[in-house]
Design a protein around this ligand. Structure first.
Ligand SMILES: [Zn+2]
Length: 416
């Protein structure tokens, strides 16, 4: 264990035009006091020794609950966006032809995330680099790093389970800091053998770690499961992996959702095509969070996401950027601004909660972060608000298209 620089800092007193605790309404002209790496007080008013941060808003650091940092070197999303199976082909090609070392790509993604105010990540990894880099020091976002497992044919089952077991062992060997956690990610129904899927969830359960699964991402996936036909069958056949016996007849999303409810925490990533039946199930399974990736959803041209309906029914909906293969950047801040723009009737407070507390809940970190609450980690983002003539309400100001994240604090230390 290293001694954090913040452990030896004096009390810091920060005053901003707006403070968004997320737990509770926004506070105008308010103060946040920090003691070392922790939040010590949050209140409306003044303090004679406060550092005045000017025309800004202090918010909890953002939680990007779903990304793949290994694609962070991409300058533009991969195409074509449709059909989806064609995009998967592009992803496979990019993985096999990229000459930039994984460490460099992931490091680039970590830095980009921090610049955008993200202080916590749900990262999907295909190697150990993410875990090692995020665990390196306390100037990195907190994270749960999910090891991705892939393999549709039965001959891959044992190998993939061993990869998962080795990964969880590596996490133990590395002596992870309190800010980094482990998880497993069976990729998706069309890329993971159903038995392997159940075994990986069992492994996660046995080890007490969360799981993240891409689920209900496309209509093609629904056709794949229910009809055993469509573009995913064509893709698997092309790769020499298709065998109709592998899928039981009449499989449903429920067959993938139900095992997740056995875990202490699970992320159903995307859920673009969750219908009434799945939403009814999720209402009874609070361990499962849905991760909506707004700009990625938009990129693929899916029909309207049911995120608002889910939230109104008590389901935890976190937000993710997904990777740069389907998004122009890794800014969760821009996801919030995108939602503000596309859903003008949704309150800013709710959008901000999705990008902070809901993500922390999904990653089982809400005791530590996600709100500006006394005792929680002092991971903050400072948002510069627009100058000049602006609406009077702070809520309208925060996600204004001209607002931007100007500084980020981790463990009580400004890192930029
Ligand atoms: Zn993804």
């Amino acid at each position: 264990m290293f001694i954090r620089q913040s452990d030896i800092l004096e009390r810091q007193i920060l005053a901003a035009r707006w403070v968004y605790p997320v737990e509770g309404p926004p506070l105008e002209r308010a103060v946040v006091e920090l003691e070392g790496a922790r939040i010590a007080a949050v209140y409306q008013g003044e303090h004679p020794r406060a550092v005045d941060l000017g025309n800004t808003a202090l918010i909890p650091g953002l939680v990007n609950a779903h990304t793949h940092l290994e694609f962070s070197q991409l300058e533009t999303p991969l195409g074509p966006a449709q059909p989806f199976a064609e995009w998967i082909r592009s992803i496979m090609k990019s993985r096999f032809t990229c000459s930039v070392p994984a460490r460099d790509r992931i490091q680039q993604g970590i830095e980009e995330s921090l610049q955008a105010g993200t202080t916590c990540l749900g990262e999907i990894a295909t190697g150990s680099e993410s875990l090692q880099l995020l665990n390196a020091d306390d100037r990195k976002p907190s994270a749960v790093v999910f090891r991705e497992c892939l393999g549709f044919t039965p001959d891959r089952i044992q190998e993939q389970q061993q990869i998962a077991a080795d990964y969880l062992q590596l996490g133990t060997d590395l002596e992870l800091s309190a800010a980094v956690g482990l998880g497993l990610s069976p990729h998706a129904p069309y890329s993971v053998n159903p038995d392997l899927y159940l075994n990986l969830i069992q492994q996660a359960r046995d080890q007490g770690v969360p799981a993240a699964v891409h689920l209900a991402e496309t209509e093609d996936e629904l056709e794949f499961l229910s009809q055993k036909s469509g573009p995913f069958v064509d893709l698997l056949a092309e790769l020499g992996l298709w065998d109709p016996q592998i899928l039981r007849d009449g499989m449903r999303l429920y067959d993938y959702l139900a095992p997740l409810a056995e875990l202490t925490s699970a992320l159903a990533v995307h859920g673009n095509y969750f219908g009434v039946a799945e939403i009814e199930f999720l209402k009874q399974a609070p361990q499962i969070s849905v991760v909506y990736c707004p700009r990625t959803h938009y990129y693929f041209g899916h029909r309207l996401h049911p995120w608002q309906s889910m939230i109104s029914q008590g389901i935890n909906v976190a937000l993710g950027t997904d990777s740069r293969a389907s998004n122009p950047d890794l800014s969760l801040w821009k996801e919030l601004q995108f939602l503000r723009d596309k859903f003008p009737d949704v309150p800013t407070d709710l959008i901000l909660e999705c990008g902070t507390l809901a993500g922390a809940r999904a990653l089982e970190l809400s005791d530590e972060l996600g709100t500006l609450t006394v005792g929680k980690r002092a991971d903050l983002a400072l948002v510069r608000l627009p100058e000049g003539s602006v609406p009077a309400s702070g809520s309208d100001l925060l996600l204004n298209s001209r607002s931007y994240v100007s500084r980020v604090m981790l463990n009580g230390v400004w890192i930029n």
